[in-house]
Design a protein around this ligand. Structure first.
Ligand code: AMP
Ligand code: FES
Ligand code: ZN
Length: 311
């Protein structure tokens, strides 16, 4: 197996591209995929300040490294969710990466700053852990980007993540989620721009990038995610990809090219009609945002006029 670019012996093959690469050319390939994604989707303009949300895993640390390699001005954000040892370990990977590369890492510790952890939140709100966790992360990512004055918030969602989420959204024809599933969500009053520069790279490529680049990351998955629907969707999609390489990429990118626009209109309208949360100021359709309602329940804080609408 020879490298497609330089004809030296290859260390990795990528079936959907019908290509193999040596170490250096593979790193170049990853940078090119990210560079193209950022440019095709107009994700980041020259001179903008980027905040990358890092979990300590391969995707987000790989993304931080790739964005630096492409010369972006990018700091990290780690959110401690209070998931026992898993959170302690993942935070340590994020901190070590920042220190080793001389980069700035902002940390938000949910138990210390908000008085509850994800297991508490999920029990109190009778939500699946990943749902309470996702809601908290989205809220804190946006709030941190806004308070610290970043133009863009980047996450490490990769091609496999997007394919699994899209698969779930299509199975249920969840039009509201379909209207929000895009590599760029533009800024709006109260919202920082959100971008996903890794949507052209698969999970296996990110793991290989980290190993070949010497990036240490947490290999264990979150213990609360066991039995999560998306893990099942990934298995189905992997079986499909095995039979016909390229299926995931054409599913996801085909959606953005041909179908996304049909669902996006309602979401833009909804965003324009949001007010400010009475407790924290975040954009919300109600009186209190979903995060403040979750927090109130998890901590047992009686917020006056707390609306009981299913948070
Ligand atoms: P997940 O929702 O766990 O699939 O993670 C998706 C993306 O969210 C990751 O690639 C990171 O960019 C970000 N992320 C997940 N967990 C954290 C965390 N604890 N702190 C900061 N960013 C995170
Ligand atoms: Fe959120 Fe596991 S990382 S529930
Ligand atoms: Zn709020």
């Amino acid at each position: 197996m020879k490298c497609r670019r330089c004809r030296e012996p290859a260390v990795i093959d990528i079936r959907r591209h019908n290509a193999a690469f040596c170490q250096e050319c593979f790193q170049h390939h990853c940078r090119e995929q990210v560079r193209r994604t950022i440019s095709d989707f107009d994700m980041i303009q020259p001179g903008e300040r980027v905040l990358v949300a890092v979990s300590g895993g391969k995707d987000s640390l790989g993304l931080w490294h790739l964005l630096r390699a492409l010369d972006y001005d990018v700091d990290g954000l780690y959110v401690g969710l209070g998931i026992g040892e898993y959170s302690d370990t993942s935070g340590a990977y994020a901190r070590d990466f920042a220190q080793m590369h001389g980069l700035k890492l902002i940390e938000v510790d949910v138990p210390a700053e908000y008085g509850f952890d994800v297991p508490d939140g999920s029990r109190a709100a009778k939500r699946a852990p990943c749902s309470a966790c996702g809601l908290s992360k989205r809220h804190i990512f946006n709030e941190s980007a806004m308070t610290h004055g970043y133009d863009v918030l980047a996450t490490g969602h990769n091609l496999d993540d997007e394919a699994a989420v899209l698969f779930g959204n299509v199975l249920r024809w969840d039009t509201a989620y379909l209207g929000r599933q895009h590599p760029v969500l533009p800024e709006a009053p109260g919202f920082a721009r959100k971008v996903k520069p890794l949507v052209r790279l698969g999970e296996r490529e990110l793991a290989a990038y980290c190993v070949l680049t010497g990036i240490d990351y947490i290999v264990e998955e979150c213990p609360m995610a066991v039995g999560n629907k998306h893990i099942g969707y990934k298995e189905v999609l992997n079986a499909l990809e095995e039979r016909s390489p390229g299926s995931k990429a054409s599913f996801v990118h085909g959606f953005w090219d041909h179908a996304y626009e049909r669902f996006a209109g309602d979401v833009a309208q909804e965003r324009a009609e949001l007010g400010a949360c009475r407790a924290c100021g975040a954009p919300t359709p109600g009186d209190l945002c979903a995060f403040c309602r979750l927090r109130a329940r998890a901590t047992g804080t009686p917020l006056p006029m707390l609306q009981d609408d299913g948070a």
